[in-house]
Design a protein. Sequence first.
Length: 303
Amino acid sequence: MHPFSDFYPKPGLPICNKPLIQYSIEVFRELGIREIFVVIGHLGHELAQALGNGAALGVKLRYIEQAKILGIASALGQLEPYVSSPMFVVLGDIFFQAGNLSSMVDRMDERKAGAVLAVKHETDPESIRRNFTVHEDQDGRVQRVIEKPRYVHSNVKGCGLYLFGLPVFDAIRRTPRTAMRDEYEITDTIQIMVDDGLPVFTADVVKWDVNLTAPADVLTCNLFELRRRGLDRLVGSGAVVHPGARLKNVVIGERATIEHPIAITDSVIFPDTVVTSEADFERFIVTPEVQIDCRAIALGKNH
Protein backbone atom coordinates (compact mmCIF):
# COMPACT_ATOMS: atom_id res chain seq x y z
CA MET A 1 0.00 0.00 0.00
CA HIS A 2 2.92 2.36 -0.54
CA PRO A 3 2.89 5.34 -0.24
CA PHE A 4 -0.02 5.21 2.25
CA SER A 5 1.79 2.71 4.45
CA ASP A 6 4.45 5.30 5.23
CA PHE A 7 1.90 7.57 6.91
CA TYR A 8 -1.29 5.64 7.77
CA PRO A 9 -2.20 2.33 9.41
CA LYS A 10 -4.25 0.53 6.79
CA PRO A 11 -7.35 0.14 9.04
CA GLY A 12 -7.23 3.91 9.59
CA LEU A 13 -7.44 4.90 5.93
CA PRO A 14 -10.41 7.24 5.38
CA ILE A 15 -13.52 5.92 3.66
CA CYS A 16 -16.00 8.79 3.33
CA ASN A 17 -14.26 10.51 6.23
CA LYS A 18 -14.41 7.56 8.62
CA PRO A 19 -11.58 5.13 9.39
CA LEU A 20 -11.92 1.92 7.42
CA ILE A 21 -12.13 -0.18 10.58
CA GLN A 22 -15.02 1.89 11.93
CA TYR A 23 -17.38 0.34 9.37
CA SER A 24 -16.64 -3.14 10.75
CA ILE A 25 -17.05 -1.89 14.31
CA GLU A 26 -20.47 -0.50 13.43
CA VAL A 27 -21.51 -3.79 11.82
CA PHE A 28 -20.61 -5.70 14.98
CA ARG A 29 -22.33 -3.14 17.17
CA GLU A 30 -25.55 -3.68 15.22
CA LEU A 31 -25.20 -7.40 16.02
CA GLY A 32 -25.24 -6.53 19.70
CA ILE A 33 -21.50 -6.97 20.23
CA ARG A 34 -20.20 -4.46 22.74
CA GLU A 35 -16.62 -5.56 23.43
CA ILE A 36 -14.16 -5.60 20.54
CA PHE A 37 -10.47 -6.44 20.60
CA VAL A 38 -8.25 -4.69 18.06
CA VAL A 39 -4.85 -6.24 17.38
CA ILE A 40 -2.58 -3.40 16.31
CA GLY A 41 0.82 -3.37 14.65
CA HIS A 42 2.33 -0.85 12.21
CA LEU A 43 1.37 2.69 13.29
CA GLY A 44 -1.21 1.14 15.60
CA HIS A 45 -0.87 3.95 18.11
CA GLU A 46 -2.42 6.30 15.56
CA LEU A 47 -5.40 3.97 15.18
CA ALA A 48 -5.86 3.80 18.96
CA GLN A 49 -5.65 7.57 19.16
CA ALA A 50 -8.31 7.99 16.46
CA LEU A 51 -10.79 5.47 17.90
CA GLY A 52 -10.11 5.89 21.61
CA ASN A 53 -11.87 3.51 23.97
CA GLY A 54 -14.83 3.12 21.62
CA ALA A 55 -17.33 4.96 23.81
CA ALA A 56 -18.17 7.39 20.99
CA LEU A 57 -19.05 4.38 18.82
CA GLY A 58 -21.14 2.64 21.46
CA VAL A 59 -18.64 -0.16 22.12
CA LYS A 60 -15.67 -0.97 24.33
CA LEU A 61 -12.42 -1.25 22.41
CA ARG A 62 -9.42 -3.06 23.82
CA TYR A 63 -6.08 -2.94 22.04
CA ILE A 64 -3.59 -5.80 21.85
CA GLU A 65 -0.21 -4.97 20.34
CA GLN A 66 1.37 -7.42 17.92
CA ALA A 67 5.09 -6.82 18.42
CA LYS A 68 6.03 -8.65 15.22
CA ILE A 69 3.93 -8.96 12.09
CA LEU A 70 3.71 -12.74 11.83
CA GLY A 71 0.40 -13.24 10.08
CA ILE A 72 -3.28 -13.35 10.92
CA ALA A 73 -3.18 -16.62 12.83
CA SER A 74 -0.45 -15.26 15.09
CA ALA A 75 -2.45 -12.10 15.73
CA LEU A 76 -5.59 -14.08 16.54
CA GLY A 77 -3.67 -16.38 18.86
CA GLN A 78 -2.85 -13.44 21.10
CA LEU A 79 -6.54 -13.16 22.01
CA GLU A 80 -6.86 -16.60 23.61
CA PRO A 81 -6.48 -15.34 27.22
CA TYR A 82 -9.36 -12.91 26.70
CA VAL A 83 -11.92 -15.08 24.87
CA SER A 84 -14.29 -17.66 26.35
CA SER A 85 -16.96 -18.03 23.65
CA PRO A 86 -17.25 -18.03 19.83
CA MET A 87 -16.02 -14.81 18.26
CA PHE A 88 -16.30 -12.87 15.05
CA VAL A 89 -12.99 -11.98 13.41
CA VAL A 90 -12.55 -9.47 10.59
CA LEU A 91 -9.37 -8.34 8.89
CA GLY A 92 -8.51 -4.68 9.28
CA ASP A 93 -7.93 -4.11 5.57
CA ILE A 94 -11.32 -5.34 4.36
CA PHE A 95 -14.18 -3.06 3.30
CA PHE A 96 -17.41 -4.96 2.82
CA GLN A 97 -21.16 -4.76 2.54
CA ALA A 98 -22.92 -7.81 3.94
CA GLY A 99 -26.34 -9.23 4.57
CA ASN A 100 -27.53 -10.65 7.87
CA LEU A 101 -24.41 -11.76 9.74
CA SER A 102 -26.51 -13.30 12.48
CA SER A 103 -27.10 -16.14 10.01
CA MET A 104 -23.46 -17.10 10.65
CA VAL A 105 -24.27 -17.55 14.33
CA ASP A 106 -27.36 -19.58 13.44
CA ARG A 107 -25.32 -21.82 11.18
CA MET A 108 -22.69 -22.40 13.84
CA ASP A 109 -25.36 -23.37 16.35
CA GLU A 110 -27.39 -25.54 13.97
CA ARG A 111 -24.43 -27.40 12.47
CA LYS A 112 -22.32 -27.55 15.65
CA ALA A 113 -19.60 -25.93 13.58
CA GLY A 114 -16.07 -25.12 14.66
CA ALA A 115 -16.03 -22.19 12.25
CA VAL A 116 -18.20 -20.38 9.73
CA LEU A 117 -16.54 -18.47 6.89
CA ALA A 118 -18.23 -15.48 5.27
CA VAL A 119 -17.98 -15.92 1.51
CA LYS A 120 -19.06 -14.39 -1.77
CA HIS A 121 -19.67 -16.17 -5.05
CA GLU A 122 -17.18 -14.20 -7.09
CA THR A 123 -17.17 -13.72 -10.85
CA ASP A 124 -13.77 -12.00 -11.00
CA PRO A 125 -10.89 -14.52 -10.74
CA GLU A 126 -8.41 -11.75 -9.97
CA SER A 127 -10.40 -10.82 -6.88
CA ILE A 128 -10.23 -14.44 -5.71
CA ARG A 129 -6.46 -14.42 -6.20
CA ARG A 130 -6.25 -11.51 -3.78
CA ASN A 131 -8.13 -13.45 -1.10
CA PHE A 132 -8.66 -17.19 -0.70
CA THR A 133 -10.83 -19.78 -2.35
CA VAL A 134 -13.07 -22.31 -0.63
CA HIS A 135 -13.94 -25.82 -1.82
CA GLU A 136 -17.08 -27.41 -0.33
CA ASP A 137 -18.83 -30.75 -0.50
CA GLN A 138 -22.47 -31.18 -1.54
CA ASP A 139 -23.65 -30.38 1.99
CA GLY A 140 -21.78 -27.08 2.06
CA ARG A 141 -19.10 -28.35 4.41
CA VAL A 142 -15.64 -26.93 3.74
CA GLN A 143 -13.13 -29.43 2.40
CA ARG A 144 -10.24 -27.18 1.44
CA VAL A 145 -9.17 -23.53 1.57
CA ILE A 146 -6.39 -22.14 -0.62
CA GLU A 147 -4.68 -18.84 0.15
CA LYS A 148 -4.26 -16.50 -2.85
CA PRO A 149 -4.56 -19.25 -5.46
CA ARG A 150 -2.67 -18.81 -8.70
CA TYR A 151 -5.08 -21.14 -10.48
CA VAL A 152 -8.71 -20.64 -9.52
CA HIS A 153 -10.94 -23.74 -9.50
CA SER A 154 -13.77 -22.45 -7.29
CA ASN A 155 -15.73 -19.21 -7.39
CA VAL A 156 -16.41 -19.31 -3.65
CA LYS A 157 -14.23 -16.54 -2.26
CA GLY A 158 -13.33 -16.07 1.38
CA CYS A 159 -13.71 -12.45 2.38
CA GLY A 160 -11.69 -12.00 5.56
CA LEU A 161 -14.68 -12.31 7.89
CA TYR A 162 -14.99 -15.35 10.15
CA LEU A 163 -16.88 -16.79 13.10
CA PHE A 164 -14.61 -19.07 15.11
CA GLY A 165 -15.26 -21.39 18.01
CA LEU A 166 -12.64 -21.88 20.70
CA PRO A 167 -11.03 -24.92 18.97
CA VAL A 168 -9.41 -22.43 16.59
CA PHE A 169 -6.77 -21.76 19.25
CA ASP A 170 -5.66 -25.40 19.29
CA ALA A 171 -5.33 -25.22 15.51
CA ILE A 172 -3.35 -21.98 15.72
CA ARG A 173 -0.80 -23.62 18.00
CA ARG A 174 -0.21 -26.24 15.31
CA THR A 175 -0.10 -23.80 12.40
CA PRO A 176 3.33 -23.73 10.71
CA ARG A 177 4.98 -20.71 9.19
CA THR A 178 4.59 -20.58 5.43
CA ALA A 179 7.60 -20.76 3.16
CA MET A 180 6.15 -18.12 0.84
CA ARG A 181 5.55 -15.27 3.30
CA ASP A 182 7.13 -16.59 6.50
CA GLU A 183 3.85 -15.97 8.33
CA TYR A 184 1.23 -17.98 10.19
CA GLU A 185 -1.67 -17.99 7.72
CA ILE A 186 -5.24 -18.20 9.00
CA THR A 187 -6.14 -20.36 5.99
CA ASP A 188 -3.63 -22.96 7.21
CA THR A 189 -5.32 -22.83 10.61
CA ILE A 190 -8.71 -23.37 9.00
CA GLN A 191 -7.35 -26.30 6.98
CA ILE A 192 -6.04 -27.89 10.17
CA MET A 193 -9.54 -27.63 11.65
CA VAL A 194 -11.01 -29.24 8.52
CA ASP A 195 -8.42 -32.03 8.51
CA ASP A 196 -9.13 -32.70 12.20
CA GLY A 197 -12.75 -33.37 11.29
CA LEU A 198 -14.18 -30.22 12.84
CA PRO A 199 -17.25 -29.03 10.93
CA VAL A 200 -16.43 -25.84 9.02
CA PHE A 201 -19.14 -24.24 6.91
CA THR A 202 -19.61 -21.16 4.75
CA ALA A 203 -22.22 -18.41 4.80
CA ASP A 204 -22.87 -16.55 1.55
CA VAL A 205 -23.46 -13.19 3.24
CA VAL A 206 -21.01 -10.80 1.56
CA LYS A 207 -22.56 -8.67 -1.17
CA TRP A 208 -19.57 -6.47 -2.05
CA ASP A 209 -16.02 -6.32 -0.77
CA VAL A 210 -12.54 -5.04 -1.40
CA ASN A 211 -9.32 -6.27 0.13
CA LEU A 212 -7.30 -3.05 0.16
CA THR A 213 -3.96 -3.95 -1.36
CA ALA A 214 -3.27 -1.01 -3.70
CA PRO A 215 -3.80 2.77 -3.43
CA ALA A 216 -6.56 2.76 -6.05
CA ASP A 217 -8.60 0.46 -3.77
CA VAL A 218 -9.01 3.42 -1.41
CA LEU A 219 -10.62 5.39 -4.22
CA THR A 220 -12.83 2.45 -5.21
CA CYS A 221 -14.15 2.10 -1.66
CA ASN A 222 -14.79 5.81 -1.22
CA LEU A 223 -16.72 6.08 -4.48
CA PHE A 224 -18.72 2.94 -3.68
CA GLU A 225 -19.71 4.27 -0.26
CA LEU A 226 -20.54 7.66 -1.74
CA ARG A 227 -22.90 6.01 -4.25
CA ARG A 228 -24.39 3.80 -1.55
CA ARG A 229 -25.33 6.92 0.40
CA GLY A 230 -26.88 8.49 -2.71
CA LEU A 231 -24.42 11.40 -2.70
CA ASP A 232 -22.30 13.01 -5.39
CA ARG A 233 -20.05 14.76 -2.87
CA LEU A 234 -19.17 14.69 0.79
CA VAL A 235 -17.41 17.63 2.40
CA GLY A 236 -15.95 17.06 5.86
CA SER A 237 -16.33 19.42 8.78
CA GLY A 238 -13.90 22.31 8.82
CA ALA A 239 -13.10 21.95 5.12
CA VAL A 240 -12.76 25.14 3.07
CA VAL A 241 -13.72 24.82 -0.59
CA HIS A 242 -13.33 27.67 -3.07
CA PRO A 243 -16.86 28.79 -4.04
CA GLY A 244 -16.01 28.33 -7.72
CA ALA A 245 -14.78 24.76 -7.33
CA ARG A 246 -16.81 22.15 -9.23
CA LEU A 247 -17.20 18.87 -7.39
CA LYS A 248 -18.63 15.60 -8.72
CA ASN A 249 -18.29 12.24 -7.01
CA VAL A 250 -15.79 13.65 -4.56
CA VAL A 251 -14.94 13.14 -0.90
CA ILE A 252 -13.31 16.14 0.76
CA GLY A 253 -11.71 15.33 4.09
CA GLU A 254 -12.10 17.24 7.30
CA ARG A 255 -10.10 20.48 7.51
CA ALA A 256 -9.00 20.15 3.87
CA THR A 257 -8.65 23.28 1.74
CA ILE A 258 -9.31 23.76 -1.99
CA GLU A 259 -7.76 27.11 -2.85
CA HIS A 260 -8.76 27.56 -6.50
CA PRO A 261 -11.91 27.23 -8.67
CA ILE A 262 -10.91 23.87 -10.12
CA ALA A 263 -12.95 20.83 -11.18
CA ILE A 264 -12.53 17.73 -9.01
CA THR A 265 -14.16 14.53 -10.26
CA ASP A 266 -14.15 10.95 -8.94
CA SER A 267 -11.50 11.81 -6.38
CA VAL A 268 -10.67 11.74 -2.69
CA ILE A 269 -8.99 14.58 -0.81
CA PHE A 270 -7.63 13.35 2.52
CA PRO A 271 -8.14 15.27 5.77
CA ASP A 272 -5.85 18.26 6.40
CA THR A 273 -4.79 18.41 2.75
CA VAL A 274 -4.21 21.84 1.22
CA VAL A 275 -4.79 21.72 -2.54
CA THR A 276 -2.92 24.62 -4.10
CA SER A 277 -2.97 23.33 -7.69
CA GLU A 278 -4.80 25.31 -10.35
CA ALA A 279 -5.17 22.17 -12.48
CA ASP A 280 -8.27 19.96 -12.43
CA PHE A 281 -8.27 16.53 -10.78
CA GLU A 282 -9.99 13.41 -12.13
CA ARG A 283 -9.61 10.05 -10.38
CA PHE A 284 -6.97 11.29 -7.99
CA ILE A 285 -6.21 10.66 -4.35
CA VAL A 286 -4.62 13.72 -2.77
CA THR A 287 -3.09 13.57 0.70
CA PRO A 288 -0.95 16.06 2.61
CA GLU A 289 2.06 14.06 1.44
CA VAL A 290 1.35 12.80 -2.10
CA GLN A 291 -0.89 12.93 -5.15
CA ILE A 292 -1.83 9.57 -6.69
CA ASP A 293 -3.17 9.42 -10.24
CA CYS A 294 -5.63 6.52 -10.56
CA ARG A 295 -6.83 7.27 -14.10
CA ALA A 296 -5.04 4.29 -15.60
CA ILE A 297 -6.84 1.89 -13.27
CA ALA A 298 -10.38 0.66 -13.87
CA LEU A 299 -12.58 1.65 -10.96
CA GLY A 300 -15.98 0.66 -9.71
CA LYS A 301 -15.64 -3.05 -10.39
CA ASN A 302 -17.20 -5.28 -7.77
CA HIS A 303 -14.34 -7.06 -6.04
